[in-house]
Structures are given as structure tokens and as C-alpha cells.
Design a protein around this ligand. Structure first.
Ligand SMILES: Cc1cc2nc3c(=O)[nH]c(=O)nc-3n(C[C@H](O)[C@H](O)[C@H](O)COP(=O)(O)O)c2cc1C
Length: 197
């Protein structure tokens, strides 16, 4: 196999999409699509643009919900791509046509659902909802305009029909929406199971 050294503009090599909900100053809930995240045990690390509303709310409230959509929701995710909850649209966002949207639930046709451990609403249409409390946030000095937040899961909810044996997600019934170099994909068929417990 021959490999070539390349210099791509983006490096989003295929992560699940998350609709991050955070509470605004007036008690309403903002929705921000993100794909930069990973989970280890019950901790989650997320990468956020520092000029976005999600980051502002996360810093102020220290709480969020990671709502995980399935592939069927991709068009609703995409409908929020050029929307910000910031009334004064930051120049970096205005440059790509981003507009202020106060009610992103209405804009995307999504439904708010009260959370149990945090103040921001969850999104009813997302099969998995992870309520989280911020443990640590930093803006690394080597990455301008990017923040990294570490979040601890405080309550986890899953749609009944993807749960097996009481507390587990059935991977045969659940599949995330994947953001693959800025294109949306669903997962294909199962290839196998790890031997790891
Ligand atoms: C599929 C998808 C993935 C995205 N991933 C991220 C991400 O990981 N981090 C981020 O800060 N913005 C990401 N964005 C861009 C934000 O959604 C966008 O900046 C939005 O305006 C944020 O809204 P807010 O300012 O109300 O928080 C993504 C957008 C889309 C559509």
C-alpha cells in the first residue's frame, strides 16, 4: 500500500455527532452540534470553539447534556450548523454566514425534555442523553480559539428499545450518526465483537 504525505484543511476523521445542550442566562436551553468528543469510563472530553455560546454557557453554569442522535436526525443536525446562540454573532462565525437563533429547538424541529441532574434540557428525539457536570476547562496556549472541557457523567438516559439487560446499550439496535470529514454517515453492519470485558 502506497501512502502519501498530505496536508488536509480539516481532520474530522469520523466521530459521533453530539447535540450539546447548555443553559442560557435566561434559563432557556441552547443546542450546539459538535463532533469533537471522546469518553473514558464515565468522563467525557469535548472540544469547543471558544467564541461559541456552548462554551460561554459551559463556563458559566458548569453543566451540559450530551444528546447523541441517530443517523435519522442528520438533517436536523445540519439545520443548526450555521446557527449560534450568541446574540452578537462573533466575526469568525459571521464570516461563514452563521446567524443568531434564539430557539434552536424550534429551528430544528426538536423537543426539549427536563433533565434530572443538570439545569439544561435534554433533547427527546436523541436515543442517548448524558447529563454532565464540568470538572475542568482549559484553553491551551498552543491552540488559539479552542477550549477543552472535561465533563463527568451525572445521569445517563437511553431510549427503552435500545437497552438490554437493564443497564446496557444493545449495539445491534443502536448506531450513532458519524461526522466523517464533514460528511454524515451511519454505521454499516456489525463486523465483530471485542474479547475485552
Ligand atoms: C456536525 C457538526 C459538528 C461540529 N463539531 C463541532 C465541535 O466539535 N466543536 C465546536 O466547537 N463546534 C463544532 N461545530 C460547529 C458548531 O456547531 C457551530 O459553531 C455552532 O454555531 C455552535 O453554536 P453555539 O455558538 O450556539 O454554541 C460542529 C458543527 C456541525 C454541524
Amino acid at each position: 500500500m502506497v501512502h502519501k504525505t498530505i496536508n488536509p484543511k480539516i481532520l474530522y476523521y469520523g466521530n459521533p455527532v453530539i447535540l450539546l445542550t447548555t443553559m442560557n442566562e435566561d434559563g432557556s436551553t441552547n443546542i450546539s452540534p459538535i463532533s469533537s468528543s471522546w469518553a473514558l469510563d464515565h468522563f467525557l472530553v469535548i472540544g469547543l470553539g471558544a467564541e461559541g455560546k456552548a462554551y460561554e454557557n459551559l463556563k458559566q453554569r458548569g453543566e451540559c447534556v450530551l444528546n447523541i442522535p441517530g443517523p435519522d436526525l442528520w438533517e436536523r443536525v445540519e439545520s443548526l450548523a450555521a446557527c449560534t446562540g450568541k446574540e452578537m454573532v462573533p466575526p469568525g462565525k459571521a464570516a461563514y454566514g452563521c446567524v443568531y437563533v434564539k430557539d434552536k429547538f424550534q429551528a430544528a424541529g426538536l423537543t426539549g425534555k427536563k433533565s434530572s441532574a443538570v439545569s439544561a434540557d435534554a433533547i427527546a428525539e436523541c436515543p442517548i442523553q448524558i447529563e454532565g457536570k464540568v470538572r475542568h476547562i482549559r484553553e491551551p496556549d498552543y491552540m488559539e480559539g479552542i477550549a477543552i472541557a472535561e465533563v463527568e457523567a451525572a445521569a445517563i438516559h437511553a431510549q427503552e428499545d435500545i437497552i438490554k439487560e437493564g443497564h446496557h446499550i444493545d449495539p445491534g439496535k443502536w448506531s450513532p450518526l458519524i461526522y466523517n470529514f464533514r460528511h454524515y454517515f451511519g454505521l454499516g453492519k456489525e463486523l465483530g465483537k471485542t474479547a475485552r470485558a
